[in-house]
Design a protein around this ligand. Structure first.
Ligand SMILES: Nc1nc2c(ncn2[C@@H]2O[C@H](COP(=O)(O)OP(=O)(O)OP(=O)(O)O)[C@@H](O)[C@H]2O)c(=O)[nH]1
Length: 521
């Protein structure tokens, strides 16, 4: 046996449609959110990887700068010792000059070495023509050592060497006489381009930057080397603030005050010298490959979401069409049921008078009989017949006869006082009234009221003795229903009474039992 299909109510159908729309929205939003979250996570990973790279580079560059300054500083210590031990006799200075030239050749970072006396006058230098560029009294490093008794190394602001015009970083130490008085300065100048060339060997992208910055914020080397890079004071910038307030190492995303580019800056302090190195990778370049991938992913995701949305909308449309079709089918079914009910009613109605027809009346008798049997209540029937109706038709015509029957029917219909009372056209000019729970007295009252009401209408009928249309009626009342009582016997008893009424002069009521007839006799 095929299972009966489940029919949903309109509310349930609407719920199905809205659930489908909600599901569709949920899928689209979830998918978009998931991809957006993944893309964002990948961005964070990319930045975090670059942070590690930048930190590693800063570490190795700090080590390189330490080694570079250390090698030069070691030479300065050796020279100081030599001057103190050998003195400054012409022969000693001649040996010293050769030694200085040798050191400069050995160490590629060195631009030159020089020793100055307490007045800043050159004692000896590493130049081939040792008599050139005799004084440094105006140089920052000389002025620094003259007033600072600290014997440690000093790294000053870069300047252009008078001998070559190259930018150099001065690394110097103070010379003290045997009695502790300022005796001069021993100086090593280090090529800025030595650092810059080294920094150029690293892959830091087109917009990356590497810088070497003194502890006081003065920049002493940078890649790329801009015209105002060297000697620039960065102590007011955000990177310097971070460096000063942290432990000397770290990283941060900072917008450069030098060229306006936003970069991820890793910074690290040198171990032996008051300098820190910073490696900056451009944020745009770090995120460039991520950005390309993110755009492709976003476009693909939007395409997928659009396809899902389109298919989903089609599905929802089909659901709505199905709901609509079901609604229409329901409406058609309701209309059909209404039509059936009308047909059913018409099938039980008399076309001329609108009263119940014979078929309906027969059904009603059966039903009333079984009810009366159960309830032991009386059941009455009145059969009514228009007197001399053949004559009426003959006198006034069939159409007038029909109209007369309609008027008689209306009078009889008015006798239906209770819901179970039923007035019917029994056939031709004969009518019947079924009165459940009604005894003889009640039935007589109803029959008499019909007869009188018709009198009151005064429908002319010259073929009838009173001159108006009258009716005769026969009544039968069943007080206690037995097995031998049937619809047929019930009707025939009433019919017999009606026959009696006709026979005894018409326009009267006769009861089936031998009870004296009432009326105008
Ligand atoms: N106009 C019209 N006449 C009908 C209709 N049904 C039955 N008749 C007529 O009613 C008449 C009944 O006549 P009879 O049965 O001889 O009875 P009667 O003339 O009323 O005489 P009594 O019943 O003895 O008083 C017939 O002429 C039928 O043609 C109807 O629907 N319309």
């Amino acid at each position: 046996m095929r299972p009966t299909p489940t029919v949903l109510t309109p509310t349930q159908n609407a719920t199905v449609a809205s659930t489908a729309i909600s599901f569709l929205l949920l899928v689209c939003i979830s998918l978009t959110s998931l991809i957006a979250w993944t893309i964002w996570e990948e961005r964070a990973d990319q930045l975090s990887e670059s942070e590690v790279t930048s930190d590693n580079m800063s570490r190795s560059l700090a080590r390189h700068a330490d080694d570079t300054f250390k090698a030069a500083d070691t030479s300065l210590l050796g020279l100081s010792e030599r001057v103190l031990v050998d003195g400054t006799s012409p022969a000693a200075l001649e040996r010293l000059h050769r030694l200085l030239m040798l050191r400069v050749k050995e160490l590629p970072q060195l631009q030159g070495l020089a020793i100055f006396d307490k007045d800043g006058l050159r004692i000896v230098n590493s130049l081939a023509n040792k008599d050139e560029y005799g004084s440094s009294a105006d140089r920052e490093y000389f002025l620094f050592h003259r007033i600072n008794s600290n014997p440690g190394p000093h790294i000053g602001t870069p300047f252009q060497a008078r001998s070559s015009g190259d930018w150099v970083i001065p690394l110097s130490r103070r010379l003290d006489s045997a009695d502790g008085q300022f005796a001069g300065v021993v100086l090593a100048t280090i090529h800025v381009k030595y650092f810059v060339s080294f920094y150029e060997t690293f892959d830091i992208g087109q917009q990356g930057a590497i810088a070497l910055i003194l502890d006081n914020g003065i920049q002493i080397a940078r890649r790329p080397l801009l015209p105002d890079s060297l000697g620039r004071n960065l102590s007011k910038g955000p990177l310097y603030a971070l460096y000063k307030h942290g432990n000397g190492n770290g990283s941060a995303m900072i917008k450069s005050t030098q060229d306006g580019v936003e970069r991820l800056n890793g910074y690290r302090r040198l171990n032996y010298y008051p300098i820190f190195v910073t490696t900056a990778l451009s944020k745009d370049e770090i995120l460039a490959s991520w950005q390309r991938l993110a755009i492709v992913r976003a476009v693909l995701t939007l395409c997928i979401v659009a396809v899902i949305a389109l298919l989903g909308m089609r599905l929802v449309r089909q659901i709505k069409m199905r709901i609509h079709a079901e609604q229409e089918a329901r409406n058609a079914r309701d209309a059909l049921q209404g039509l059936n009910a009308t047909l059913e009613k018409l099938a039980q109605q008399d076309g001329l008078t609108g009263l119940a027809n014979r078929r309906k009346f027969d059904q009603a008798i059966d039903h009333a009989l079984s009810r009366a049997k159960q309830s032991a209540m009386p059941l009455a029937m009145i059969l009514i017949d228009v007197d001399y109706f053949k004559k009426f038709n003959d006198l006034y015509g069939h159409v007038a006869g029909d109209e007369c029957l309609r008027q008689v029917a209306a009078v009889i219909k008015a006798s239906e006082k209770r819901s179970n009372d039923l007035a019917a056209r029994y056939g031709g000019e004969e009518f019947a009234v079924l009165l459940p729970d009604t005894n003889l007295d009640g039935a007589l009252i109803v029959a008499e009221s019909i007869r009188k009401a018709l009198h009151a209408l005064k429908i002319e009928h010259v073929g009838n003795t009173p001159g108006i249309v009258t009716v005769s009626a026969g009544i039968d009342v069943l007080t206690s229903i037995t097995e031998k009582d049937s619809a047929a016997s019930f009707v025939s008893a009433a019919d017999a009474a009606l026959y009696g009424a006709k026979a005894s002069g018409r326009d009267r009521i006769q009861v089936h039992h031998p009870i004296p007839a009432t009326g105008n006799t």
